[in-house]
Design a protein around this ligand. Structure first.
Ligand code: SF4
Length: 384
């Protein structure tokens, strides 16, 4: 039996097309979009301004589903980590990060991730599946409701599970939905940051889109040799091609770009790394975000001493590069950068090493990091 189509996640135009056999007036699509996204009416029966006959037909033909919380963990610092059940199958994680001025919602674009960065717990899961635009926007709607947030009073960062540019079409559709005033979200692209491990062709493609968010590029090393060791994607898109794509993004999109640098002791924090990092950042130019690594027993890395992190920040500032150290949020609940892998602190499911975690057993045989790299090199990852 064919599955019933989920309306949540469709744009106003897509709703109009989907509804046309039942209701040809475009106004109805706008009405339903407002009910779904602005009023969060997730039951056709509650859309009482629609004729009863149409509501019954809609209920027979379509469904309305978005992610729902399966587990909630609250950190000492107020950061809240949600494991969310996805409507069709599987789970994903999203994190609410409170702040005095403006909260941040850390949103996932995939369940797991194919790119296999060796310092990241999500990478140990492999790619479980891509999220749909509705599952991406649904995380935002859910966190807005749970934390009583109004649009544009928070930032969104795509720094949860997954490589957003590997799920390009769904990301693009979700951005369109989140930035559309008619949906009630109406979020400014300047309040959205997409983080990428460096899919260079997709960065260039994003620069030419109608809606261009801010970009955070995980650089994390200053030589191809070191970067390829911790980020296999570098074998397909080495630093030079990544910098060219970043330059193009800055020239064409006019949106902010930040270089992210997770500081790993003995890996990327040497005396020689500092001037190289300064040169790379100056060549764009881009701001550098230094991220203290959140150590986890399953991964073979240690954080650089804070003294060294501060030395990097001061050295960058001295060389004219804007730089800051990102505060780690929610490390006690494994909600900090690179720690999302469905595991609660101290439980066995938090991952027992690459390829051995409970969820890691679900890694699609067709999607080991090497296969993803090959497909990325062939342009498949950005052409979906
Ligand atoms: S750092 Fe990002 S791209 Fe790399 S494995 Fe983790 S989630 Fe994927």
């Amino acid at each position: 039996m064919a599955s019933i189509r989920n309306l949540y996640g469709l744009s106003v135009e897509e709703l109009s097309e989907a509804l046309s056999p039942l209701e040809p007036r475009p106004f109805t699509a706008r009405q339903i979009a407002a009910h779904l996204y602005a009023r969060r009416l997730l039951d056709f029966d509650r859309m009482t301004d629609l004729p009863a006959k149409l509501r019954a037909e809609l209920a027979r033909s379509f469904t309305i589903q978005l992610p729902s919380p399966a587990e909630t963990l609250v950190s000492r610092d107020g950061t809240t980590r949600y494991v969310l059940s996805l409507p069709s199958a599987g789970s994903v994680e999203a994190v609410f990060i409170p702040s005095g001025k403006r909260a941040t919602l850390c949103i996932s674009s995939q369940s797991g991730c194919a790119l296999g960065c060796t310092f990241c717990m999500t990478g140990t899961l492999g790619l479980l599946r891509h999220l749909s635009s509705g599952e991406i926007a649904g995380q935002v709607a859910l966190l807005m409701d749970l934390h009583r947030l109004r649009p544009n009073c928070f930032n969104i960062v795509f720094m949860g599970m997954g490589e957003p540019l590997h799920n390009y079409q769904a990301l693009k559709a979700a951005l369109r939905l989140l930035c559309d005033r008619r949906t009630g979200f109406g979020i400014s692209p300047g309040h959205i940051t997409v983080s990428t491990a460096g899919l260079a062709p997709a960065i260039e493609k994003l620069a030419a889109e109608e809606i261009v968010p801010r970009l955070a590029v995980s650089l994390n090393a200053t030589t191809d040799e070191a970067r390829s060791r911790i980020m296999p994607i570098n074998k397909s898109y080495p630093i030079l091609s990544l910098m060219e794509a970043c330059g193009k993004f800055l020239r064409e999109a006019g949106q902010r770009l930040t270089l992210e640098y997770v500081m790993l002791s003995g890996v990327n924090d040497s005396r020689e790394d500092l001037p190289r990092l300064a040169r790379l950042a100056s060549s764009l130019p881009a701001r550098v975000n230094l991220i203290p690594f959140n150590a986890t027993p399953e991964l073979p890395f240690q954080p650089s001493p804070m003294e060294q992190v501060r030395r990097f920040r001061d050295g960058l500032l001295k060389r004219g590069v804007r730089a800051s150290i990102r505060a780690s949020r929610g490390p006690d609940i494994r909600a900090a950068c690179g720690q999302l892998s469905f595991g609660a602190p101290g439980d066995g499911a938090a991952g027992t090493g690459r390829g051995e975690s409970a969820a890691g057993k679900n890694r699609r045989a067709s999607d080991p990091p090497e296969a993803a790299m090959e497909r990325a090199a062939a342009g498949e990852l950005v052409a979906r």
